[in-house]
Design a protein around this ligand. Structure first.
Ligand code: SAM
Ligand code: SF4
Length: 327
């Protein structure tokens, strides 16, 4: 069985947010104010997540990324990864802030994880603290090092650039990619922050990042899959490392989007920017049969938006922010 939307796009990727909790408070994501987390019983149990994974794999999902909140704060992630692997997921990855990564890296890999993305928004410990509102810079660096020493090297390191905050570090991040041999990915700031500070002026366009790095170290494009979000580049001088540009705001890649999302509280989203999400948990907990869930998912996918409308007048950011959606 395969999942198609009404624009003929086949849906093969699923992002699963396993928790809405996080040990960081990144300024572009969570609020500094205390936030209400969902009650524990609103969050899908591992048993529910295992059942849904089986249904999604039967529907042709081949690629799963585990995210959150911070996925490593929830006990049991390794066991869930092993379950996904056993189900036949062929591309299994995680996005983490890296705080707990050094101590968990081996276990995650042993469970079957194939790729690790670590968020790192500054190479300056003081600025890192200002952005994440934690003092975890060293721990995140250790996490990246652990990936680099493992068979999953090179690590993908994600930086969200915010104008006036860390856009002065573009060249330093590129130098970091060259020195450490990591894949340095720059993500445009999206209107999904809890404090609603996003504005177009705060977005650092991927084209600018390209020009700045290319001026210092010429870049060569690496071919990419149509559904991939990042445009990828290597250094023309043969230095190690790679650059990825994710232009989610300035050059949307919705046309080839093959992705859907499951939030920690069991809601499905067909786009990061969907105005509303759909309550799968309700169906699950009403003892729906697998066939019923399959039909529900197929109908939901049919409604996947053609693309986001950030660049259109009257765009309204979704009420759910990144930490609740799962990036
Ligand atoms: N806590 C983990 C982490 O930070 O890597 C995983 C969840 S986080 C929501 C997933 C990704 O979304 C991270 O790379 C983070 O930098 C990114 N992100 C969060 N808020 C964002 C925003 N407003 N715009 C662009 N990316 C954002
Ligand atoms: Fe937590 Fe990740 Fe959001 Fe930062 S980006 S607050 S680490 S969920």
């Amino acid at each position: 069985m395969s999942l198609y939307d009404k624009f003929g796009r086949q849906i093969t990727d699923l992002r699963i947010s396993v928790t809405d909790r996080c040990n960081f408070r990144c300024v572009y994501c969570r609020s500094a104010d205390p936030e209400n987390y969902r009650d524990h019983d609103e969050i899908l149990s591992w048993a529910e997540l295992r059942r849904l994974a089986g249904i999604f794999v039967s529907l042709g999902i081949r690629k799963v990324r585990i995210t959150g909140g911070e996925p490593l704060v929830r006990e049991g992630v390794e066991e869930y990864i092993a379950h996904l692997k056993a189900l036949g997921v062929v591309d299994l990855s995680i996005t983490t802030n890296g705080h707990l990564l050094a101590e968990r890296c081996d276990r995650l890999i042993a469970a079957g994880l194939q790729r690790i993305n670590v968020s790192l928004d500054s190479l300056d410990a003081v600025k890192f603290e200002r952005i994440t509102r934690t003092r975890s810079y060293e721990k995140v660096m250790e996490g990246i090092e652990a990936v680099q020493k493992s068979r999953l090297a090179p690590a993908k390191v994600n930086a969200v650039l915010v104008r006036g905050l860390n856009d002065d570090e573009v060249e330093a991040f590129a130098a970091f990619a060259r020195e450490r041999g990591v894949i340095m990915r720059f993500i445009e700031f999206m209107p999904l922050d809890a404090d609603r500070h996003w504005s177009r002026e705060l977005v650092v366009p991927a084209a600018e990042v390209y020009q700045r790095i290319h001026a210092q170290w010429p870049l060569e494009q690496i071919p990419h899959e149509k559904s991939e979000t990042a445009r990828k580049y290597r250094f023309a001088d043969g230095a190690p490392g790679e650059i990825g540009l994710i232009a989610s705001v300035t050059q949307a890649f919705c046309g080839h989007c093959s992705r859907i999302r499951l939030t920690a509280d069991g809601r499905m989203r067909t786009c990061l920017f969907s105005k509303e999400d759909r309550n799968l948990r309700g169906l699950l907990r009403a003892n729906a049969a697998d066939e019923e869930i399959v039909e529900w998912v197929k109908a939901m996918v049919m409604e996947k938006e053609e693309g986001h409308r950030i660049n259109e007048p009257g765009f309204v950011p979704p009420s759910r922010t990144m930490v609740f959606i799962g990036g």
